[in-house]
Design a protein around this ligand. Structure first.
Ligand code: ADP
Ligand code: MG
Length: 493
């Protein structure tokens, strides 16, 4: 009988490296076709391929002919069974009767009637690493595999391994490309939905697109991008284009491989709405203040008018009522001074002091008043009270106003607790408390709920604390009490 000599120039073997099917139909189809070429080449009627997966397990990928009986979830374990042994020593084997193979004795391997001869070929990568196993089998009447087949199979194994590795890489590349295409599409959808323009800039400051921001926006863009380059942090900026009376918001975010993404948004409408709101708020405040001033001026004016009328009716009243006129005029003058005081910018005279010392001094001055009103005043001061840079006289005014308000809010038997810690102070009372309306207007000049209040105390407190770079927080509940917390910023000397 003429035995056909297998040749590696055969079309079926070169076809192993043709990956067009892989792109068209996927990895499984390509493997099935490759197995088909191998079985055909070796005149086998059955075959299977096991491949190493990413998790290191060697799993069945395709099967044909008599080997279709192998369960789909079959795995090969290195050193176990025929395939495992072949992978361990790297030598292909022909197996006639597996039960007669010395290395399989006691491994529970059975001879399958449909397989007469099988050839197990390790698929080893270029550095000898296991890629998988190729099994080929012939049924009865097809003749057993011989040494010639085995020597060809040994050479073929490396080629099949290379083809499989290629296919796996192509597969990996394809899914990475698909993934990238999907991400690009998602990104495009995000960019399309963003109001404004988005620019990508490389590490050298070059714009990826032909469109480049111009004019005032361009200048601001260069500025924020330079900020990103120097700090490596996201930067924000604004630009005002006088020619179009428009305002722009710029945001630049650094990219890990250099460069940045710059977004430019037209916020003209938003900016105008904000300016309008601020103007309206200012107007409302001026209106409230004007009403409060008018109210304050009316009382002394009524007094002056009444006195003047009395003097006009009877000159003998002149001596007595000119004094009333003078007193009321003095009140008006004081009112003007107060008004001028709050409208002038505050100039601090800074010095070094411990907040605890300042608070202690003011509380000491107030003690007699508290005792007289039967209100208990307690003072707690932390031992590590730092020396701060503050305007001592102004800070005294702050404490003075807060302590006075707290006392005025308390009934006899009430309590006021003052605490100083880490450059801030809190004053808590169990007095009348404040409703929301009062809390909202607290810091407005001339706002007072007291019959003889000036409504300037808290307004001045805010000015002084602001000038120190600090802040004021208020908690209050009607009937329960009020707590003011004041910090003087980071002025630790
Ligand atoms: P005035 O004390 O002259 O009324 P302020 O500016 O000091 O002016 O206070 C404004 C208003 O805030 C007070 O009239 C009062 O209604 C409210 N207020 C301030 N402190 C307290 C407090 N501790 N408890 C309750 N209400 C307070
Ligand atoms: Mg007050």
């Amino acid at each position: 009988m003429d035995v056909e000599t297998p040749s590696f120039n055969g079309d079926e073997l070169f076809g192993l490296f043709d990956l067009s099917l892989l792109a068209k139909a996927g990895m499984h189809e390509w493997l099935a076709e490759s197995l088909n070429r191998c079985t055909h080449f070796f005149r086998a009627s059955g075959g299977s391929v096991f491949l190493v997966d990413e998790d290191g397990h060697i799993r069945l990928k395709v099967k044909s002919g008599a080997q279709c009986r192998i369960p789909d979830a079959a795995e090969v374990e290195i050193g176990v069974g025929v395939a495992g042994t072949v992978l361990l020593d790297g030598a292909p084997r022909i197996i006639g009767d597996p039960t007669a193979e010395p290395f399989l004795v006691g491994k529970g391997v059975v001879k399958r009637s449909e397989v007469d001869s099988s050839m197990v070929v390790p698929l080893l990568g270029p550095s000898g690493e296991s890629v998988g196993v190729l099994n080929l089998s012939r049924a009865k009447g097809e003749g057993p595999f011989d040494e010639h087949d085995l020597s060809n199979a040994a050479k073929l194994g490396a080629h099949v391994a290379l083809a499989v590795t290629n296919a796996q890489l192509v597969n990996l590349l394809q899914s990475a490309l698909d993934d990238r295409a999907m991400k690009l599409e998602q990104l495009q959808a995000v960019l399309d939905s963003v109001a404004g323009s988005v620019y990508v800039v490389d590490g050298a400051g070059r714009y990826a697109d032909d469109t480049v921001p111009e004019g005032a926006v361009g200048t601001a863009a260069a500025c924020v991008l330079e900020g990103v380059r120097i700090t490596g942090e996201p930067q924000e900026g604004r630009a005002y284009a006088a020619d179009t009376d428009s305002t722009w918001l710029l945001n630049a975010v650094p990219l890990s491989f250099g460069g940045a993404v710059l977004t430019v948004q037209d916020i003209t409408q938003y900016q105008r709405a904000q300016n309008d709101a601020a103007r309206l708020k200012r107007l409302a405040e001026i209106g409230q203040m004007a009403a409060a001033i008018a109210h304050e001026i009316r009382n002394p004016l009524t007094g002056i008018r009444g006195a003047a009328q009395l003097i006009a009716a009877d000159e003998s009243f002149a001596g007595e009522y000119s004094k009333v006129i003078e007193d009321e005029a003095v009140k008006l003058e004081a009112l003007c001074s107060d008004f001028l005081e709050i409208s002038r910018p505050l100039r601090l005279e800074l010095g070094s002091a411990r907040l605890g010392d300042v608070v202690k001094r003011v509380c000491g001055l107030w003690r007699p008043e508290f005792e007289h009103a039967n209100v208990c005043l307690t003072l707690e001061s932390a031992a590590d009270d730092p020396t701060m840079t503050i305007d001592v006289r102004r800070v005294e005014q702050v404490v003075h106003n807060l302590v006075k308000n707290a006392l005025q809010a308390c009934k006899p038997g009430g309590r006021v607790g003052v605490k100083v810690a880490e450059g801030s102070l809190s004053i808590q009372d169990d007095g009348v408390g404040m409703d929301e309306e009062t809390q909202n207007r607290l810091f407005s000049p001339f706002f007072s709920t007291k019959p003889s209040g000036t409504g300037l105390g808290l307004c001045n407190i805010r000015r002084i604390v602001d000038a120190h770079g600090g802040g004021v927080d208020v908690w209050s509940e009607p009937g329960k009490g009020t707590r003011f917390e004041v910090s003087f910023g980071k002025n630790v000397a």
